[in-house]
Design a protein around this ligand. Sequence first.
Ligand code: SF4
Length: 387
Amino acid sequence: MSERPYRVIRRRPSRQIHVGSVPVGGDAPISVQTMTNTITADVAGTVAQVRRMEEAGADIVRVSCPDEDSTRALRQIVAQVQVPIIADIHFHYKRAIEAAEAGAACLRINPGNIGAAERVREVVKAAKDHGCSMRIGVNAGSLDRHLLEKYGEPNPEAMVESALEHARILEDNDFREFKISVKASDVFLAIAAYEGLAEACDYPLHLGVTEAGGTRIGTVKSSVGMGWLLKKGIGDTIRVSLSADPVEEVKVGFDILKALDLRHRGVRIVSCPSCARQGFDVIKVVEILEDRLAHISTPVSLSILGCVVNGPGEARETDIGITGGGTLEKEGAANKVYISGVPDHNIGNAEMIDHVVALVEKKAAEIEAAKAADTMADQIAPQTAAE
Ligand code: SF4
């Protein structure tokens, strides 16, 4: 029994598939994905963008393949990046076959849109031959006409029915290595559709609130929609959709998972909004630290609080903590530094940023060293037992 039962999330049991080396569903960590917005045929530009996404922590990247030039480029792109690549295909079954041959780890394609049954068979064969999984992606904005006629509008029932129709086509071809999304730009519709689908099948679910808007509103809508679902245990991989640099999508995706304690990557900063009691300029310090600590991928928690009102309490729960001690006007070496929740030493405002960066880097190195030692011990133990 957890010490804090209100923080427990019981994930919906789902079957596990693979997108290249990344497991999706089952007990796999919830993966974060994004999508390139370069011209796919521009190999250098696309590879450069995928590498930036990799640096930000993306587990999976999707690339549009609207034409033959794109699927040709895909082969070169896949060869130059580490992260598994999903080929985004609409309608053209030949692009799907080419993408599978070019090394795509997964095809995002709706089998019901491909046309004749023979074409579906060919795509499934290509996927099987090349170890590709698939994603069925139902979108409220492009629902099949017969479902719109039946339901009158894109409602949750229509979206779930559409997803299951596409799924049945793949099942009839003896193919079950797929995940499903039922995206909508309306948060209520997306939530209800995913809840319905989660009940109706055990396929892994790719979450997304689509066409969510620019960075601020898109982040809010994605956090509300996906946060609700993830808290209920629904969702195996997520994509935040923003009209912004796709690297932001990765950052926001991880922040949503971090907020729900579902995954940890990089420095998690707890900070106060600041007020007249602050002993240093909290907003400026946090802004600079976010930037200076962006290179750290090891999970480290850091609290930056302007004064003793909430500083010591938050510092007790984080790896490194700073609590403002003086006042903005009368600064001195008055800010308290906490290490592993315990008051350790003081630091002045002028040295604080460099000092915190050094402390966090040191902590991250210690965590990595301990992890490496554990892995080594795990590897040695079976050998010793066998001797
Ligand atoms: S922690 Fe202190 S400085 Fe920060 S908002 Fe609260 S009272 Fe103000």
